[in-house]
Ligand binder design. Structure first.
Ligand code: IMP
Ligand code: MG
Length: 175
């Protein structure tokens, strides 16, 4: 089996500290609003689990799944489909989309437009990582954890071929 090389990019304490800061911002921005936090499966699960536990507001959670990277490919496919829809009604809700990483921007652009069309009162984006190197679609990230310019990242929810999501830290794979 080929050995995997990985290089530490963000350690767990750094991630946790930033997640708490984001949760604080979100808590103050959504006071008195009907907040529905929607995570994009599967990558956002670990980030979102930490994030919502630091948001000091009543909120609802939901998850969606979209078509994403296929197999062991490290490049984005061009087309988005909703594999699994939210179980809550979106209408008149303040939707906060939670994503692990924004790469080309295609997924988030599509999702933000989709939920706006479904009648959400507002749609904002929270992403742990902004990887601008391959950005094709202009995206306004309302709550951003870290900007990491390039490379393929694993850990803290981010996978390569479904592996490494459980690592507490974030690494560059084969730098
Ligand atoms: P986008 O539509 O190109 O912005 O793709 C975003 C999705 O691609 C993310 O939700 C991830 O699932 C995946 N992705 C992009 N870059 C990486 C990476 O460096 N590591 C792991 N997954 C990635
Ligand atoms: Mg993803």
């Amino acid at each position: 089996m080929q050995e995997t090389h990985k290089e530490l990019v963000l350690d767990s304490p750094t991630i946790q500290h930033r997640v708490q800061e984001l949760a604080k911002d979100i808590s103050s921005d959504y006071q008195d609003k009907d907040l529905l936090v929607i995570g994009v499966l599967k990558g956002a699960v670990i980030f979102m689990a930490d994030l919502v536990r630091h948001i000091s507001l009543p909120l609802a959670t939901d998850f969606i799944q979209v078509s994403s990277y296929k197999g062991n490919s490290t490049s984005s496919s061009g087309k988005i489909t909703l594999v699994s829809s939210p179980s809550h009604s979106i209408e008149d809700r303040h939707v906060l989309l939670v994503e692990d990483i924004i790469d080309t921007g295609l997924t988030m652009l599509w999702l933000a437009e989709h939920f706006s069309e479904q009648g959400a009162a507002s749609v904002r984006i929270c992403s742990l990582i902004d990887k601008a190197e391959r950005r094709e679609h202009q995206i306004n990230i309302d709550y951003l954890g870290f900007a990491i310019p390039k490379g393929f990242l694993i850990g803290y929810g981010l996978d390569y071929d479904e592996k490494y999501r459980n690592l507490p830290d974030i690494y560059h794979l084969n730098p």
